[in-house]
Every structure is written in C-alpha cells, then in structure tokens.
Design a protein around this ligand. Structure first.
Ligand SMILES: Nc1ncnc2c1ncn2[C@@H]1O[C@H](COP(=O)(O)OP(=O)(O)O)[C@@H](O)[C@H]1O
Ligand SMILES: [Mg+2]
Length: 308
C-alpha cells in the first residue's frame, strides 16, 4: 500500500518528542538570512530529562521556542525538518506543520515552558491563584471553584509553603524563588507530558537554585513527565540531566548520557564547558574565595584543535 504524504508520522512508543533536522532562520534585512538553528536532531523519551547546553547565542532558546512554535512571532521561520510529538491523546503530530489554532491548544496542555525571569512572565495585576487557574480554565472545562482547587493543589505540588494564603497574593509579594515555583506551577497546571525549562535558575542565587533543581527532579519522579532543560551551566547539567546535547553556533556538536559527557567528552567545546565548572576542593589552597571564572571560549580555536 502506498502511504500518502499526509500519513500520520510515527514515533517509537517510549519517545515523547523527536526533533529531526530542524532548521530555523530569521529574516535578516533583505539579503542574507540568519540560520539560528541548523540541522538540529534529538529525541526525548518518556520521563527523561535532556539538557540542552551551550554558551549564550548558540541557539538553545530558539530551538525551544520553535518547538512551542513561538519564534514565528519574532520573524523566524522553520526552513527545514520536523518536530514530532506524542500528544496526550496518543496521536503523533508534527508541531512544525500544525495550524495556529491546533498548536495554541497544545501549548500549556501537552507542552509548556518556564522562562528565566519570572517577574516579566507573571502578570503583576493578577493574583497567583488566578494566574494558575487561568491556565486550567483555558484548556479544560472547569468551573472557577474547581480551577482554584487545582491551583491550590499545584502550588502544594511545587512546595510553596502556606499555599492557601499565597493563592491570593500578587507576584511582587513573593521572593524570586517563590515566583519561579509559581511559574513552574502554571506550567504544570494542566499536567503536560513535556516541560521545557529555559535557564530557569540563572537569575536565582545558588541556594534557591539548588532548591529549584531539587524540585524539578522530585516532580519528575512524581509525575513522570519529560523535561527539556536549557542551561549554559554544566554544574546544573550534572544535577538534573539524564542525557545532554551540546549546542554550538546553531548545531548540536555532541550528544551523550550525562555520565559519558562528563567522563569522556569528545568535543573540545564540551571540554571547555566542563572546565568552567569549579571542582570540589579546588579552592582548598586559596586564602579567600575567588571570583567564578567566566567562560571565555573561542569556537574557531576549539574547532581547529579537534580537527588537528
Ligand atoms: N528575535 C530574533 N531576531 C533575530 N535573531 C535572533 C532573534 N532571537 C534570537 N536570534 C539569534 O539566534 C541565535 C540564537 O539565539 P538564542 O537561541 O536566543 O541563543 P541562546 O543559546 O543563548 O538561547 C543568536 O545568534 C541570536 O542573535
Ligand atoms: Mg537563551
């Protein structure tokens, strides 16, 4: 039997997301196009955490936002590839080809995203409870009372202390860490099968960052969802990831289990990222704490090193 081109795409049973040869370009003036993502492919299994790591500007956010089909609002277009996702109803869809209406219905429900800066993502004039409830009412037929109950349960799920009282507070009344928990609660409200976290802890101090990473891990055990975790920090990767994709200049240059990436990194760029993480005990012979070494990386030099 001849399959027509519109045949439903297929995915292995345990795969939630399969990004295949994705290419995303921004229209740059009238002449050249900026290819921000070039031939990117990776898969995420059910319950798995994949870290997308790379320095600023390497194309991590564009990849994530394109999966959600949000980059098109910034003038980008998908110039190649597929984004296959197993939806909650069991069907597989190519997100790159869905109509605006269908992708809008999936955002928040099947797949959700948490950004770095919770203050600019939360609406200052609505209470925390209303903002979580809105996500529920938008996607599910719930009464306001039911939605409030779900909001309360979700705030408890993300370990917000005194959740009942927090429901009626406004974002400015919460600390940065609590706001990020609220963002995660909004993202979780409809129990998506995939949550994308784009540098969720970058703006937080280390103690709060560790708490949020703990939370993400615990939630994953409890809910069994898949996570795409974006970061530039290999220390964070070691904390959360099962598998790692290393991005450089719009391409994935190395992929492997978190163990293999740290134990035997192949690409010079991966090694440079790892060496930027201070080792335990490396300050032992120092009199005072030192500044964290900033990653200064010259991709051309490293690429030359690998090909030598
Ligand atoms: N709205 C935009 N318009 C034009 N170019 C963009 C836009 N957003 C991102 N880019 C370009 O895409 C590339 C990747 O950016 P991004 O995915 O944000 O990097 P990061 O890895 O830091 O998340 C960068 O070169 C950036 O300049
Ligand atoms: Mg980014």
């Amino acid at each position: 039997m001849l399959l027509s081109k519109s045949a439903t795409p297929e995915l292995p049973e345990d795969v939630i997301l399969s990004v295949e040869d994705l290419e995303v370009s921004f229209a740059a003036g009238t002449k050249a196009q900026l290819r921000a993502v070039r031939g990117v492919s990776f898969q995420i299994a059910r319950g798995e955490t994949v870290a997308l790591v790379g320095e600023s500007g390497s194309g991590k956010s564009v990849t994530a936002m394109t999966i959600m089909r949000l980059t098109e609002y910034d003038g980008a277009s998908i110039t190649g590839g597929r984004v296959l996702m197993r939806l909650k109803n069991g069907k597989v869809a190519d997100l790159a080809k869905l109509s605006d209406k269908r992708i809008e219905a999936l955002r928040g429900a099947d797949i959700s995203i948490v950004f770095q800066d919770p203050m600019s993502s939360l609406n200052p004039v609505f209470t925390v409870g209303d903002q979580i409830a809105e996500a529920v009412i938008h996607h599910q037929e719930k009464t306001p009372e039911e939605a409030r109950q779900i909001a309360l349960n979700t705030l408890k799920l993300v370990r917000v202390p005194d959740a009942e009282r927090r429901l009626d507070q406004y974002p400015h009344q919460l600390s940065g860490g609590m706001r990020q928990r609220v963002m995660i609660a909004i993202a979780l409200a409809c129990r998506p099968s995939l949550m994308i976290l784009d540098e969720p802890t970058t703006a937080l101090d280390v103690t709060i960052q560790a708490q949020i990473l703990d939370l993400v891990r615990a939630l994953q055990d409890e809910i069994g969802m898949s996570v795409l975790f974006i970061t530039h920090d290999m220390g964070v990767v070691a904390e959360v990831a099962d598998r790692v994709c290393v991005m450089l200049k719009g391409e994935i240059v190395e992929e492997g289990s978190v163990f293999d990436i740290f134990a035997k990194p192949k690409h010079a760029y991966t090694r440079a990222l790892i060496s930027a993480v201070p080792r335990l005990g490396s300050m032992a012979d120092k009199d005072a704490p030192e500044k964290f070494p900033l990653l200064v990386f010259e991709p051309e030099r490293a690429l030359a090193e690998v090909t030598e």
